[in-house]
Design a binder for this molecule. Structure first.
Ligand SMILES: *Cc1c(COP(=O)(O)O)cnc(C)c1O
Length: 232
């Protein structure tokens, strides 16, 4: 990668971090309560390298093969890999082995396959909830979440940490904000009766187009891709 591109990446990263800090501030929250997951699915290895050099160590991928490949390529660097895309059960084992946090726990069947893969340490996992109600989207229906959570909490090789959701594609930031508020409310409701070994601290919500609204509604992690790579 050219120096000009590295410079642009550093500027974009600083801008996104600044917007995260401002949104946290507006919500009376601390900037350090929100983790930036840089979604690297669109960019080449040189750009991944440049991100790591800029002290950005939480990276998100949505395709398992690319995640496996990159985990191997960057095995000697400090990277926390976040799996954020839909995963088929036959890819559970290899994915569990390299993933620091799986955001896309979108069915009990998948969670059982991840558990059966028995990673060395319990796999940190979020439950992906279909908050927009979009039939084309993956995710657990909100009214089935309690049931799935109860079953998932019994799986010894998983550690359920919270919820993940994506806003509706249509409707802009207002609809997104309502979707995010609904995810937070669902988390609060589930937390009341959650099994003892489960702590639902994490809310993964917000992407380039809506991460500020997500932070104002309680996101603890935002998954940002395109805003970081504009002009690169
Ligand atoms: C691609 C992707 C993102 C990042 O999207 P941008 O709009 O590029 O920021 C976030 N979350 C998931 C699940 C994705 O697949």
């Amino acid at each position: 990668m050219q120096t000009a591109q590295q410079k642009r990446l550093a500027e974009n990263l600083a801008e996104v971090r600044g917007r995260i800090a401002d949104a946290a501030d507006r919500a009376g929250r601390s900037e350090s309560d929100v983790r930036l997951i840089a979604v690297t699915k669109y960019v080449d290895v040189e750009t991944v390298e440049a991100l790591l050099d800029l002290d950005c160590h939480d990276l998100g991928e949505s395709r398992p093969q690319q995640l496996w490949q990159r985990a191997e390529q960057f095995a000697d660097r400090v990277v926390r890999w976040h799996m954020i895309g839909h995963l088929q059960t036959n890819k559970a084992k290899r994915t569990a082995a390299v993933t620091s946090l799986l955001h896309s726990g979108d069915s009990l069947r998948l969670l059982e396959a991840l558990d059966a893969a028995a990673p060395e340490r319990p796999l940190q996992t979020l439950l992906e909830i279909n908050i927009s109600g979009d039939a084309a989207k993956h995710g657990i229906a909100p009214d089935e979440a309690a049931q799935v959570l109860e079953a998932a909490a019994k799986l010894p090789h998983l550690s359920i940490r919270g919820l993940m959701g994506m806003a509706a594609l249509e409707g802009g930031v207002d609809v997104a904000r309502r979707n995010f508020a609904a995810l937070r409310e669902l988390r609060d409701k589930l937390a009341i009766d959650a099994p003892e070994n489960v702590r639902l601290d994490e809310l993964s919500m917000g992407m380039s187009g809506d991460f500020e609204a997500a932070i104002e509604e309680g996101a603890t992690m935002v998954r940002v891709g395109s805003s970081l790579f504009e002009g690169i």
